[in-house]
Design a protein around this ligand. Structure first.
Ligand code: SF4
Length: 259
């Protein structure tokens, strides 16, 4: 799925959700007009709260749509935008299920949206503040080297993407680690305290990782799974290098010169 197509799906689902919200608001207004006095007061308080919430949500949605459609970043609304995007995800997944849209496509769409917002934030970091986080399923199943605790056990034999990631990490001087699951990933984030992360995983794990690591800037790169899920998966190393260059400060993105 092309990047623009992925974004369109997410934007489309936002618009459907807005239409549903407008319908619900109309029903509430009708009840407000026909209730008793006490009922009217209750509705009034409820509507005040709702208006406050909707105003915040509308600001977030507006900022999100402006960011996705025009590529412009309204920095004052970035918090509202991020909260709206994450709050909207479960709704998008449910709505997508009702409309017969594959959940993987919605998650891929969300990751693409997240990556665009990250790009617009234009965060630049030093190599030691950047972590590449990869799943164990990238390692060739028959490889005898234990890369789980120390990725440097990899011999860079070219048998799988782990060697390529290690070479990229060495070239740019960034951290790289293998996460066997969410707990290990959280532990690595806690220990290394990166300001920016390039996370590689399936769409499902990436989305849950993005939700878990709010506050850290994370670009997601879905792995490729020609052999089925969780087995001898692959990653596009060019995409990883592109993300590395986009994150690193200008004088750091040429990579370290080899001795
Ligand atoms: S690149 Fe080779 S040595 Fe490294 S993890 Fe893959 S198969 Fe093992």
């Amino acid at each position: 799925m092309a990047h623009d197509e992925k974004k369109r799906l997410f934007i489309g689902l936002i618009i459907v959700a807005l239409m549903v919200a407008a319908f619900v608001a109309g029903v509430i207004w009708y009840l407000f007009r026909t209730s008793s006095k006490l009922g009217q007061w209750l509705w009034f308080v409820g509507i005040l709260l709702l208006v406050g919430f909707l105003a915040y949500a509308a600001a977030g949605i507006f900022s999100l749509l402006v960011a996705l459609v025009t590529g412009r970043n309204i920095s004052i609304l970035s918090n509202a935008r991020e909260k709206v995007a994450f709050a909207f995800l479960p709704l998008a997944l449910r709505l997508g299920t009702l409309l017969g849209v594959d959940k993987e496509r919605i998650r891929a769409s969300f990751i693409e949206v997240n990556n665009q917002l990250v790009r617009q934030r234009q965060l630049r970091v030093h190599p030691q503040e950047l972590l590449i986080l990869a799943p164990l399923c990238l390692q060739k199943a028959k490889c005898p080297h234990k890369v789980t605790h120390d990725i440097r056990q990899c011999r860079c034999c070219g048998g799988c993407s782990v060697g390529g990631l290690l070479e990229l990490a060495d070239k740019y001087g960034v951290h790289v680690a293998i996460a066997t699951g969410g707990t290990k990933a959280r532990q690595l984030l806690h220990d290394l305290k990166p300001k920016a992360v390039i996370a590689i995983a399936c769409e499902r794990d990436l989305v849950s990782g993005l939700e878990d690591s709010r506050g850290i800037t994370v670009r997601g790169i879905p792995n490729r799974r020609p052999n089925g899920p969780c087995f001898n998966t692959l990653v596009d190393l060019e995409r990883v290098e592109e993300a590395l260059k986009a994150y690193l400060l200008p004088n750091e993105k040429r990579g370290l010169s080899k001795p």
